[in-house]
Structure formats: structure tokens, C-alpha cells
Design a binder for this molecule. Structure first.
Ligand code: URA
Length: 223
């Protein structure tokens, strides 16, 4: 009975043990790099009991308790938010030194976006922060070309259409400072669509010159 209660999907066990994100753990399984009690497992639905089974990745036994790591990085522009880039651009991992755990970025900032990026090996937290259901608000400071008027800001906050789908309501305000030829704004969105902030401002004719994430409002997530 105890066995039945502790049995979990292998990718969940691997991410909770800090081996990899859930998606990366699925790849490890499919690639045949994971074994349970000496048997290679390639099926994604496979389950195991982390307390009773011997689980290995590339022949190395996973530890039951791994130190949890949480790193808040002020990402500069010119780095890709991934562990490794097929195009061999610089990655955010190159900005970190001396971390032995397998940490990975939670969510993504574009190559040309700077600001707050969380990296961790806590698979549960990463899943909660990235699942659209939890709607974690993220705040960005944006410099745009030209000065959007009230009507433009109203359109952004009600939602604009990107790829045929409307964006969720957003909070947006002008400032700080006075504006003549370009403007700084703050926008809060709880979605994570590709290049979303840039495309929202493109859609009102005020392209983004500079984008920086300044906050991830974890306490205001719908959990
Ligand atoms: N929106 C964007 O357009 N880019 C980011 O990096 C983050 C949000």
C-alpha cells in the first residue's frame, strides 16, 4: 500500500530530484538514458517509487534529497535563455559559476531583453510559475518609439490581437518622466506568449526600443 502511494511518474521524480526540468527529463527518458532497477526505461508514462527503486541517469544514481537552488539573475541583453543553444550563441548559463546542481531558467527572456530571470532546480516551483493556469503577473519596463496616447494605452490594456488571438487584459501606465519623442512605460502581463510585449506595442504602432523585466509577482499568482 505504501508503495502505491509513493509511486510517481519518472519525469516528475527526476525534476523533483533536481536532475532536469520536466521537459528535459522526458527527453532523457526517450533517449534511453534512464534506468529503474537496472532496466532501461523509454516510455514516458513509466512510474517508479523514489524511496524503493534504484533510479539512474547515465548510470549515476539520483540522490533522494538534492539541495534546492534559487538564483535571481539580472540578465543582460545578448544572452539566450537556455542551457545550451544549437546556434552557439552565449547562454545565461555562462554568467553563472560554481553551481553543482542542474539548474535551468524558468520561462524565457528574449536575447535582446534584459532583467529579472529566475533559475532553479526546483521542478515543482518551475512548473507552477510557467503553467498558464497560474497566471503569474510579470512586470516590464518598456521604452518605445513615439508617445502612445490614452487611446493606445486603452487598447493595450483591454487586449490586442496577436496571431489571431486576443491578449488578456494588461495593466499599463506611462512614466516615469515627461515624454516628447519617445516614452517609458510599465506593463504587467500574466501570459507568456512569444515576444508578447514587443508584439503588443508593435500592434499599436509604437515599437519597443528597450525591454527590461523588473518583477515576477509570485505572491499574486492564481495557485
Ligand atoms: N515579452 C517580450 O516581448 N519579450 C520578453 O523577453 C519578455 C516578454
Amino acid at each position: 500500500m505504501k508503495y502505491a502511494l509513493t509511486v510517481e511518474r519518472l519525469q516528475k521524480i527526476l525534476s523533483q530530484a533536481g536532475v532536469a526540468s520536466r521537459r528535459a527529463a522526458e527527453r532523457l527518458i526517450v533517449e534511453g538514458r534512464v534506468s529503474v532497477n537496472g532496466q532501461t526505461v523509454r516510455e514516458l508514462g513509466s512510474k517508479a517509487d523514489p524511496a524503493a527503486d534504484e533510479i539512474r541517469v547515465d548510470g549515476r544514481r539520483i540522490r533522494k534529497e538534492t539541495l534546492r537552488r534559487y538564483i535571481l539573475l539580472n540578465k543582460p541583453t545578448g544572452y539566450v535563455t537556455t542551457r545550451s543553444d544549437p546556434e552557439r550563441r552565449s547562454t545565461v548559463m555562462e554568467l553563472l559559476r560554481g553551481i553543482r546542481e542542474y539548474i535551468y531558467p524558468v520561462g524565457r527572456l528574449d536575447y535582446d531583453t534584459e532583467g529579472l530571470l529566475l533559475l532553479t532546480n526546483d521542478g515543482d516551483l518551475a512548473a507552477r510559475l510557467t503553467h498558464p493556469r497560474h497566471e503569474v503577473p510579470r512586470v516590464y519596463e518598456v521604452e518605445v518609439a513615439g508617445v502612445p496616447d490614452e487611446h493606445d494605452l486603452d487598447r493595450i490594456s483591454r487586449g490586442v490581437t496577436i496571431d489571431g488571438r486576443r491578449t488578456e487584459p494588461a495593466r499599463v501606465e506611462l512614466g516615469p518622466g515627461r515624454h516628447t519623442t519617445d516614452a517609458t512605460l510599465r506593463i504587467t502581463i500574466a501570459e507568456g506568449r512569444n515576444r508578447q510585449v514587443r508584439r503588443m506595442f508593435d500592434s499599436i504602432g509604437h515599437p519597443v526600443d528597450h525591454l527590461r523585466r523588473i518583477s515576477i509577482e509570485i505572491g499574486r499568482a492564481h495557485v
